[in-house]
Design a protein. Sequence first.
Length: 382
Amino acid sequence: MIYLDNAATTFPKPENVYKAMDTFHRTLGANPGRSGHRMAVAAEKEIEDTRSIVAKLFGIKDSRRLVLTFNATDAINMGIKGLLKPGDHAITTFLEHNAVSRALNGLEKRKMITVTKVRNSQEGFIDPDDIKNAITSKTRLIVVAHAPNVLGTIQPIQEIGRIAREKECIFMVDAAQTAGVCEIDVNEYFIDMLAFTGHKGPLGPTGTGGLYVGERLTLDPWREGGTGFEPASLSQPEELPFKLESGTPNTVGIAGLRAGIGYILSKGVSTIRTHEQNLTNKLIHAFRHDQRFVLYGTTDIIKKVGIISMIVKGFKPAEIGAILDQSFDIAVRPGLHCAPFAHQIMGTFPDGTVRISPGCFNTENDIDQLITALDTIANEKI
Ligand SMILES: Cc1ncc(COP(=O)(O)O)c(C=O)c1O
């Protein structure tokens, strides 16, 4: 199988990720921070070492402000629902994943908050001035995906962050598609909350992720329970990360996440990005001027991550996905990609697009085979 669905989850993982998880499960699989014996202490150390390496990846100075979560959805909900209070206003975009759109929409439907969605350009970019113009005296939160998952277009988050800081709003970045493949520094980009998932760019397993909580905010926990200390107290501890990390963590996944990020740091984020850019650019060049295909969003590879959204004229995206899978042994993702508003704006609702997303283990040969396959399929309709 040629796997080109890395925006959904990266596959395969680096060998050291499999090894770290296997070793952890066989030798250190105790409940961290609970029992006090040596295995539990070693499991706790694995978590703290992971926290430190994630903090390093994102330029986070105090690793205690990095809360480990079960995925980006968990982190985004934790941030949005832990921050917003009745009467608040939030600003977001039409390009967001349902993790953001539904969390905000749910609060809006319960009449707790109001939400403004800012439109993007045809190329797939948000204009920071549009965000600025949407700010009101009630705006508490601005949430933007660093690179939305349908188009992969890298948004001007530093400019948006600067505006948020000037206007005293909290700025949340959904880095689900950029963590591990784009350089991110929470201080340089004025980010107050950074949500990421471990199973995509960070090359870790599913069930891992995190939320950076900046110094300008406090969050109410939406999950309360055991934290491994002060068991007699009925109240949730106030200190981070424990305040937001109740329940037994996914320790084996966290061990894998640490190994994935270790792999990325040893290769270099920019090396991985360049590789994915080269493969994506090859695809763009193959299809861009071919009338049988439509590509969505910018074709400027500097301004996007390794995601292409396209359609093959005469076919529904679901048909292309099925033909590639069954006749060519190639995995891509057809459909709405959990971002229905983006497709409404692009004019691709309700069928969506075919999303192709090369990862760090794909080769030029994989891309050549996909190009040949799509060329063969498209010719059938001529
Ligand atoms: C931009 C974006 N945000 C959030 C998510 C949710 O990630 P997860 O399913 O790992 O929680 C995704 C997943 O595809 C995504 O692409």
